[in-house]
Design a protein around this ligand. Structure first.
Ligand code: HEM
Length: 451
């Protein structure tokens, strides 16, 4: 049923906030609680106060489709995200819009199609097998760090053909620092301009300079010797535009590769850490996944050909992404005044979309707090309403690395489940901490039991 303009409500319901600050303190200290409260109280759409501004949480499949798909020319990356992200990522695919964004996606997409990423499967399993050999029987590991190390190795190899332990792990640390700074700034309405020489801004700038030095050196090496090292950067540098006239500039190559590096390791590492934690808390699900691997692989490393025969393992990973979506929230800004459902959204309004809250709506996912991989069984998955399960976003900015991430999660779970069992020995229950990604709060200590 369509609504006439006379039925448009003037203001979106909102949680009360403090004078001037609104809900800024809650946003910084209890972000997930605030978003969940809005979701529970208002359902499809409700708002919080960011200082003097009202920020709606768009929280139904229909409204999410309107923002990310139907009206995506109006709802774009916000000015704040662009201002804070550009010094690190430049005008890369992550931040660009319109024609420029379309062109960049066309350039990058071929490198992420299923046929291409299959080449990466071997890297994923070999590196996983190597890492687990360093863990001792009966020893305890900090799983968050280990998963981060592993996905960093894999993405470094895939993007730069860089072997582990080198400069590239420093690159990872520097980038992690830079993006912590970024997340902090995004949620702080009082942040100072990045050009101001505050100690924090100076530290961030030094970090970016170090990243640039490393990446430009890698680009130079590849341009000079022209050898195909089989990595993403070599392939990207050989990519030409549609008219076959010009290839990528050093700056473009740097921006795109860096975006992939940033987007491509902490997200997957966080998801995997949650996944093993959830499995350790649900022994019957852990046993079922292990049994599937034993039956199909009988102890050998999985290959790409095994993937279709390990459906339950993928279901486990997808259900983890429902409960703990690493990208738990993202924003869009209205570039003109626009109607959204029954509401009028003034030009300049930022809206939030939160996979974390929509994945917990009981009308879409019954008994939403329950870890239940059966939701993603062949039949059941077809009943999931479109745009209600959005760990990878939707529309024109939907995650470019989705197939890569699903393959990585799938293969890493199958490889490790074959070799060992993780026994949670930390103090639980583990709570989520919304940093750059939705990390487990505190250490996730796991004892290694070899099989
Ligand atoms: C479990 C792992 C991952 C999750 C949950 C995830 C999630 C997301 C989400 C939600 C977005 C959309 C953000 C928005 O619309 O504002 C996104 C974008 C993106 N992701 Fe991922 N991602 C993951 C892994 C990866 C990997 C492995 C790569 C690359 C190797 C990657 C590359 C990208 C890129 C380049 C974009 C920007 C696309 C664009 O703006 O057009 N992601 N991701």
């Amino acid at each position: 049923m369509t609504t006439t303009s006379s039925q448009i409500h003037s203001s979106i319901p909102a949680v009360p906030g403090l004078p001037l600050l609104g809900n800024v303190l809650a946003l910084r200290r209890e972000r997930l609680e605030l978003l969940l409260r809005i979701s529970h109280e208002f359902g499809d759409i409700g708002a919080f106060h960011f200082g003097p501004r009202l920020v709606p949480l768009v929280n139904s499949p229909e409204l999410i489709r309107q923002v990310l798909v139907d009206q995506n020319a109006t709802f774009q990356k916000t000015a704040t995200v662009r201002a804070l992200g550009t010094p690190v990522l430049g005008n890369s695919v992550f931040l660009s819009e319109g024609e420029e964004h379309h062109r960049q996606r066309k350039l990058l997409s071929p490198h992420f199609q299923h046929s291409r990423i299959s080449h990466y499967a071997e890297i994923m399993t070999q590196f996983t097998a190597r890492l687990q050999e360093t863990w001792e029987e009966g020893g305890t590991i900090n799983l968050t760090d280990e998963m981060m190390r592993l996905t960093l190795w894999i993405i470094s190899k895939v993007l730069f053909d860089a072997d582990v332990f080198g400069e590239e792990s420093e690159l990872g640390e520097v980038l992690t620092y830079t993006f912590r700074h970024f997340t902090d700034e995004v949620t702080n309405p009082l942040h100072l301009p990045q050009s101001w020489p505050t100690p924090r801004n100076q530290r961030a700038r030094r970090a970016i300079n170090r990243v640039n030095t490393t990446i430009y050196r890698m680009i130079k090496e590849r341009r000079q010797n022209g050898k195909d090292r089989g990595d993403f950067l070599s392939a990207l540098l050989r990519t030409e535009d549609e008219e076959h006239t010009s290839s990528l500039s050093d700056l473009q190559a740097r921006n795109e590769t860096l975006s992939l590096f940033v987007a491509g390791h902490e997200t997957t590492a966080t998801a995997l850490t949650w996944c093993w934690y959830l499995l350790s808390q649900h022994p019957e699900i852990y046993a079922k996944m292990r049994e599937e691997g034993d039956r199909v692989l009988a102890g050998r490393l999985p290959t790409l050909a095994d993937v279709p025969n390990l459906p339950y393992t993928l279901q486990v990973f997808k259900e983890t992404l429902r409960l703990y979506p690493p990208v738990y929230a993202f924003t869009r800004g209205a570039t003109s005044s626009v109607r959204l459902g029954d509401y009028f959204i003034p030009k300049g309004t930022s809206v939030v979309i939160s996979p974390y809250t929509i994945h917990r709506r009981s009308s879409l996912f019954p008994d939403p707090e329950r870890f239940d991989p059966e939701r993603f069984g062949l039949q059941q998955e077809q009943n999931i309403i479109r745009y209600s399960y959005i760990p990878f976003g939707a529309g024109s900015h939907m995650c470019l690395g989705m197939h890569f991430a699903l393959l990585e999660g799938h293969l890493l779970l199958a490889t490790l489940a074959q070799r060992l069992t993780f026994e949670f020995v930390g103090s639980g229950p583990i709570e989520p901490e919304p940093l750059l990604t939705l990390r487990p709060k505190g250490k996730v200590s796991m004892r290694i039991r070899r099989r």
